[in-house]
Write a protein of this length. Structure first.
Length: 298
């Protein structure tokens, strides 16, 4: 079948919008910030004595987590990033990694379709991922960069197609030949390959907060009254990033069929990123693409 942009069930194509003492910084009237300290980590004693300069965001976030006031404090990670003053993500190095990744995809022989996707605001990926903090962040374990895992890209497209083209009926989607060609079945793999998407320029990490005003109501079913204290939960976002999002088809597939699959999947993926968003908290405006520029193969 030929997919088109539907209106979905909602009637609209878009969704609604080890611890030492605590170290705090900040001037009177400003929100206190938790200071990063190597002494507040659970790193081995000998490592602490070396006082290493940690320039990999993945290691900084997961291995050098600061334990402050009885919990691991993600605001210490924000402080460490701020102290790096741009040294955490080198602009030239990030650009080189992106180009090397793109060159590797082309050398692999796939029929490719790629887009440079810029997000209008902040992006949250991996919020519910495994972490010692209350919230998570998807960072590449080698490069330390925030990135879009291929599974997130694939899942976003699949969810968009099911909602917009099949009214949310997963069983009907699973029986469709084009859907099977894109995503596969239990017995047969899909013909479209989804790749991890890396930033094209040095990303900017920003701290954000969500306040639960009625904790006892959500946790214990108590009445939601005004005298309950709000509980701030801090999380890390990526501000207005640009990623190169690529999909491919095996070179074993005939060129005309590959072009058809990539054209259909690519057009729907752009719609999904613009109208549905990707990552967490899309219902309140995070993760929406504003610009999707096709990449010309060189």
């Amino acid at each position: 079948m030929q997919y088109g942009s539907g209106r979905g069930r909602s009637g609209d194509g878009r969704r609604g919008k080890a611890g030492a003492a605590r170290h705090v910084t900040g001037k009177p009237g400003e929100k206190n910030k938790v200071s990063f300290s190597i002494e507040n980590t659970y790193l081995p004693k000998r490592v602490k004595e070396l006082n290493p300069e940690i320039d990999n965001a993945y290691l900084l976030f997961h291995k050098a987590a600061n334990f402050v006031d009885g919990k691991f404090e993600v605001r210490a990670f924000e402080d460490a990033v701020h102290k790096k003053n741009g040294r955490l993500f080198d602009e030239h190095q990030v650009s080189q990694w992106a180009e090397r990744h793109w060159a590797a995809l082309r050398d692999a022989g796939y029929w490719l379709r790629a887009y440079d996707v810029t997000f209008a605001g902040r992006l949250v990926v991996g919020l519910g991922g495994s972490s010692v903090y209350e919230t998570g962040l998807t960072l590449h374990p080698v490069y330390g960069l925030p990135y879009l895992p291929s599974s997130s890209v694939k899942g976003t497209l699949a969810h968009y197609i099911v909602d917009q083209c099949f009214g949310g009926d997963k069983q009907a989607a699973a029986q469709d030949e084009t859907y099977q060609a894109l995503f596969g079945t239990i017995r047969k793999r899909g013909q479209v390959v989804f790749f991890d998407a890396f930033p094209l320029k040095a990303p900017t990490l920003r701290m954000d907060v969500m306040n639960s005003h009625y904790g006892p109501y959500y946790m214990r079913g108590e009445p939601p009254v005004d005298f309950h204290n709000p509980v701030p939960v801090f999380f890390v976002t990526v501000e207005q990033p640009t990623f190169r999002v690529a999909i491919g088809v095996s070179p074993e597939v005939e060129e005309k069929k590959a072009a058809h699959l990539l054209g259909e999947a690519g057009a729907l993926l752009i719609e999904a990123l613009k109208l549905f968003g990707i990552g967490a908290k899309t219902a309140v405006g995070y993760g929406y693409a504003s610009l999707c520029r096709p990449v010309e193969e060189a």
